[in-house]
Design a protein around this ligand. Structure first.
Ligand code: ATP
Length: 267
């Protein structure tokens, strides 16, 4: 495969490196063509955000960390894009939270499931749930293949981390009484709107920050953690995230030119 050299000084260098990763894993069968398009939708929002973690996102990450630390059966749901972009960090996150990793796909095929499992195992996952016959349970109210879940994983989970999710499944999981933590750059998506905690940020920044936050909070007692989680208001936080998009666009509109692009801190 031809490797494309991305110049360090290119203004979109990181974004291009991420694209290259996705293309590589598209070719290896981990990512679907629809996954590439979904990434493009996320990128557009990230561009407006200035490709930085914002204050509302950090607040949501703190609530997510507290929720994961107090969970009894946490599960991390992994699809092709997640595995392609952050498999190593997902494995570390699962180790420090004792969360199970489950493969859950909209476009399910046994080849893809196995390719994703292999990628996770290459980054030292010890057990991967939801592959093949293991996904023998069904979530009610979902039409797609995403309804198939592992009875030892998502089915019995009290907290599910669902990065880059679709709205139907998020809604179904919440209706089953589970706490759902979503990572979605689009604050207007149904996933973002239905989730218990929505982190409006790029997954490549979220997972390492979430790991740091968990390590920072892990010595706190349960009461303090419960307090952090229960004082988080997703509706309010989403409103703050949308307001940031608004403010940033309004400032850029006043400027009339976008280069050099405004720093998030300037807002
Ligand atoms: P919904 O069904 O929730 O209304 P949708 O139809 O947009 O949303 P998908 O097509 O599954 O759902 O899109 C995946 C979502 O993931 C998009 O909203 C996109 O903004 C987001 N996304 C894509 N790449 C990333 C990323 N790297 N980090 C965070 N979010 C991302």
């Amino acid at each position: 495969m031809t490797k494309i050299e991305i110049p360090q000084e290119h203004p979109r260098a990181e974004s291009l490196r991420i694209r290259e990763k996705l293309v590589k894993h598209f070719k290896s069968g981990v990512v679907t063509s629809a996954g590439l398009i979904a990434h493009g939708r996320g990128e557009a929002f990230d561009y407006i955000l200035g490709e930085k973690t914002t204050k509302p996102a950090l607040k949501a990450i703190e609530a997510a960390a507290a929720t994961l630390l107090t969970a009894e059966h946490p599960v991390i749901s992994v699809n092709g894009n997640v595995a392609a972009l952050v498999s190593k960090d997902i494995v570390e996150l699962s180790k420090i939270t004792k969360a199970r990793i489950e493969v859950n796909l909209f476009h399910r095929s046994s080849e893809r499931e196995i390719a994703i499992k292999k990628l996770l195992e290459e980054t030292e996952a010890t057990e991967v749930f939801g592959v093949g016959e293991a996904a023998s349970a069904r979530i009610p109210e979902i039409g797609s293949e995403r309804r198939r879940v592992d009875p030892k994983g998502i089915l019995i989970a009290d907290v599910v981390l669902v990065p880059l999710e679709d709205g139907d499944r998020t809604e179904a999981l919440v209706q089953m009484g589970k706490k759902v933590i979503a990572i979605d750059l689009n604050p207007l998506s149904r996933t973002a709107q239905f989730a218990t905690i929505t982190i409006v940020d790029n997954i490549v920044r979220v997972i390492p920050t979430l790991i740091k936050m968990i390590n920072k909070l892990r010595t706190k007692d349960k009461r303090k953690l419960d307090n952090i989680a229960s004082s988080f208001n997703n509706e309010k936080n989403l409103g703050e995230a949308i307001e940031l998009f608004h403010k940033r666009l309004a400032k850029l509109a006043k400027k009339g030119v976008y280069l050099p692009i405004l720093e998030v801190e300037e807002l």
